[in-house]
Design a protein around this ligand. Structure first.
Ligand SMILES: NC(=O)C1=CN([C@@H]2O[C@H](COP(=O)(O)OP(=O)(O)OC[C@H]3O[C@@H](n4cnc5c(N)ncnc54)[C@H](OP(=O)(O)O)[C@@H]3O)[C@@H](O)[C@H]2O)C=CC1
Ligand SMILES: Nc1nc2c(c(=O)[nH]1)N=C([C@H](O)[C@@H](O)CO)CN2
Length: 237
């Protein structure tokens, strides 16, 4: 009987894709959600990754994804809520719509998927089942330019505690709270310098440090309700 897959939402690029590829390397079957189709998905599909399209910006989109996920698999080893939209605050008419969209992708999607896919995790024959929320260091300090992003990630941070209490001992629920891990496409050297100076380690580590943290959580039977900072000592500056 094949092992239960690990779901990574937003797994088509960057940190989520890196973790999907490392999980495959470690022998886990993987399911990812993606929002936009692109050629790069073919490499994952050729490696056997099940790719499910999903847009979490509406409740209907979240529920539609859950229905297709349940049609795809009868069990899950883990769920990694990685999908995220790092949208800056809007000062225009669409400020409310912007906040709502970030609420749905960062809070409502993990909340509904955790509630409605508990049965898939419980059906996993392995002794350990995990939910991992990708939050952000910025939950601790807020953000002048990404207030809606930070607030909705703070909601996800808090959901970690509630679901850990609700689901123990059969499902472990933890979060990883990164600071700068990898630059975005448009980030220049000046931005990189400024961003690196914000942490005690003064580096941009790349996605390997996130996989190390995910591996730690997936391999530890005694950790739940934990928010794991992976931030280079951002709080020391
Ligand atoms: N990168 C970093 O330095 C840091 C990252 N983090 C957190 O780590 C996680 C991974 O970061 P990173 O790899 O940079 O993330 P990305 O910005 O690359 O986003 C990951 C994926 O989320 C998907 N997504 C965005 N909006 C929606 C939506 N409405 N519905 C469904 N999917 C959506 C995108 O799908 P598609 O591309 O298909 O549209 C995207 O591929 C995130 O949760 C992020 O907040 C926290 C701190 C620092
Ligand atoms: N969904 C995303 N969230 C975040 C990203 C990103 O690229 N996508 N990037 C960051 C920054 O690296 C920030 O940590 C720099 O201070 C935060 N969240």
């Amino acid at each position: 009987m094949s092992a239960s897959p690990i779901l990574i939402t937003g797994g088509a690029q960057r940190l989520g894709r890196h973790c999907a590829e490392r999980l495959l390397d470690d022998g886990h079957p993987v399911v990812i959600s993606y929002r936009r189709e692109r050629d790069e998905l073919e490499t994952l599909r050729r490696r056997g990754v099940v790719t499910l399209q999903a847009d979490f910006s509406t409740e209907a989109g979240i529920l539609d994804f859950i229905a297709r996920l349940k049609a795809e698999t009868s069990s899950l080893r883990a769920i990694v809520h990685n999908a995220s939209d790092w949208a800056p605050d809007s000062l225009e008419q669409d400020a409310g719509a912007n906040f709502e969209r970030l609420f749905r992708v960062h809070m409502q999607a993990p909340y509904l998927i955790n509630l409605q896919c508990r049965e898939l995790l419980e059906a996993c024959p392995e002794p350990q089942r995990d939910i991992v929320h990708m939050t952000d260091f910025v939950v601790r300090k807020g953000s002048k330019k990404h207030a809606a992003y930070a607030a909705t990630k703070a909601g996800l941070d808090n959901l970690t505690l509630s679901f850990a209490a609700m689901y123990a001992p059969s499902i472990q629920v933890n979060a990883i709270a990164p600071a700068l891990i990898m630059l975005g496409k448009g980030d220049d050297a000046a931005y990189a310098e400024k961003a690196m100076a914000k942490s005690a380690m003064g580096m941009i580590p790349g996605p390997g440090v996130i996989y190390q943290s995910l591996r730690y959580l997936l391999d530890n039977r005694y950790v739940t309700g934990v928010i794991l900072p992976v931030d280079g000592g951002r709080h020391l500056r």
